[in-house]
Write a protein that binds this ligand. Structure first.
Ligand code: FAD
Ligand code: FES
Length: 310
């Protein structure tokens, strides 16, 4: 089945809901694949979600954490990693799209989603927004970066193979969902992963990083402190990273932009902007970039780091 860019509004059924922390839940839903062209989400994309019934009027943007394709009997036809590839050779009989989200209870919209029970339904619009490109594609797209220049020079010197992209992936808090989902589609141990939480961890169990660095504000797991305790401009240089992908709170993304610029590392940052419609209709998610104002839901949520104005 070929992937098509097609957004759809549908109703999905809750098949599993798990409490991971006091205010963090994993929500798994299933929706019928009505036609072969129905779009399979890529890592970094999001859906607009609302529980049925809900106290809120508008759907809420939530990133895809994991995706699977199942047949009519619930047998897996394509794993999460398979689904992140461009084509899916063995999914002719795919009947069900299974989506997993990680949700942090914030206000009424997310609270209603976290209070759902198995068998209940949600409204689902998506997949929406752009997605993370794999390292080889990301670097070739970043023509003005130092990493790109070095790669081009190596190509001329015929030593390109000595310079595979060196990748750091960073997730902060609930921003772990899209980057962890992305990492799980990459080759095992082809990247380092940095995860920062307030307390404890979630969403990183299946991350197969070469090096996994964890920080917690309360010191319950990993290094006591915030991201700068394990990742600075000097770390980026020492580890010779060429590419960084991240999602997390705004101050963390602003910090990453700064250290990546200092170290000459290409960054792709996923922004969490307040959204009304998620489809480019309300202008509620406008953000500033060096190329002018952009709608986060349409042009993003993932932007080249050096183009963002914080
Ligand atoms: C692209 C994208 C992906 C996201 N992925 C996730 C995810 O995987 N898991 C998760 O728990 N949260 C995610 N968020 C944040 C989540 O959308 C908000 O926490 C949620 O909308 C808050 O709604 P609420 O009704 O619970 O809270 P309220 O504060 O009552 O929300 C009021 C309004 O503000 C908007 N809003 C409030 N905070 C945010 C925010 N941080 N980002 C965007 N809109 C906000 C809501 O959509 C709503 O319209 C994502 C946001 C974006 C933009
Ligand atoms: S959320 Fe409405 S335009 Fe982006």
């Amino acid at each position: 089945m070929r992937r098509r860019v097609l957004q759809s509004q549908t109703i999905a059924k809750v098949c599993e809901i798990k409490q991971l922390q006091k205010d963090v839940f994993s929500l798994k839903v299933e929706t019928e694949l009505k036609h072969k062209e129905q779009s399979i989400p890529k890592a970094g994309q999001f859906y607009m979600l609302k529980s049925r019934p809900s106290r809120v009027l508008l759907t809420r943007p939530i990133s895809v954490y994991k995706v699977r394709l199942l047949d009519a009997r619930g047998k897996e036809l394509a794993s999460h990693a398979d689904c992140l590839q461009e084509t899916f050779p063995a999914v002719q009989d795919a009947h069900v799209l299974e989506l997993e989200f990680l949700i942090l209870q914030k206000g009424e919209g997310t609270e209603d989603l976290c209070n759902l029970q198995v068998g209940l339904s949600i409204d689902l619009i998506g997949p929406l927004g752009n997605h993370f490109f794999k390292p080889s594609e990301s670097l070739s797209g970043a023509k003005n970066s130092k990493a790109f220049a070095e790669r081009e020079a190596a190509k001329e010197a015929n030593t390109e193979n000595q310079l595979p992209p060196s990748v750091a992936i960073v997730g902060g808090g609930i921003g772990i969902a899209p980057v962890s989902g992305f990492a799980q589609g990459l080759e095992k141990e082809s990247y380092d992963f940095y995860a920062s939480f307030k307390s404890g961890t979630y969403g990183i169990e299946n991350v197969q990083a070469k090096n996994l660095y964890i920080t917690t504000d309360d010191g319950s797991v990993g290094v006591h402190g915030m991201l700068p305790a394990v990742l600075t401009a000097d770390t980026l240089k020492e580890k010779k990273y060429t590419l960084l992908y991240a999602c997390g709170p705004l101050p963390m993304l602003a910090y990453l932009q700064k250290i990546c610029l200092e170290a000459g590392v290409q960054a792709w940052l996923s922004m969490e902007e307040k959204m009304g419609c998620g489809v480019g209709a309300c202008l509620g998610c406008t953000i500033k970039t060096t190329e002018g104002n952009r709608q986060c839901c349409k042009a993003g949520p993932i932007f080249q780091g050096d183009k963002l104005i914080f």
